[in-house]
Each structure stands twice: as C-alpha cells, then as structure tokens.
Design a binder for this molecule. Structure first.
Ligand SMILES: [Zn+2]
Length: 65
C-alpha cells in the first residue's frame, strides 16, 4: 500500500502491517508526520500532522490507547 506525502508528494511505501492502522507515519523523504487511518487495506484518511522541520524532536509514533 502506498500513501502520498501531503508535504512533499513523495510516495511512502507501507507494508501489510499497516493494512489496519491508525496513527502517525513519518515521511522518509521530508520527515513530515502524517496522521493516517486505514482499515481493510483501504486508506480512510490522511492528514498532515506536522510539517517537516529541522528541529523536530523524535516522538513516540504510537496512538494513545
Ligand atoms: Zn514528505
């Protein structure tokens, strides 16, 4: 499954572990964070969570329980 980064337009390749996933994904190209929601191998929503910036600190990329 592929998601297009809303910040840089690069395609992010996701493996099957993301076929049913809700949370954040980091674009490897521009380091922007995308908030995605997927189920049944279908992308339900993609939102730009945080624009890429040089001074972003690493955060836990996990949804809250
Ligand atoms: Zn990007």
């Amino acid at each position: 499954m592929n998601i297009r980064c809303l910040s840089c337009g690069h395609t992010i390749d996701l493996d099957d572990a993301y076929s049913d996933y809700e949370g954040q994904i980091k674009c490897y190209t521009c380091q922007a964070l995308l908030a995605v929601k997927m189920s049944d191998n279908i992308i339900r929503s993609v939102n730009l969570y945080r624009q890429a910036a040089a001074d972003i600190q690493e955060e836990e990329i996990r949804g809250n329980p």
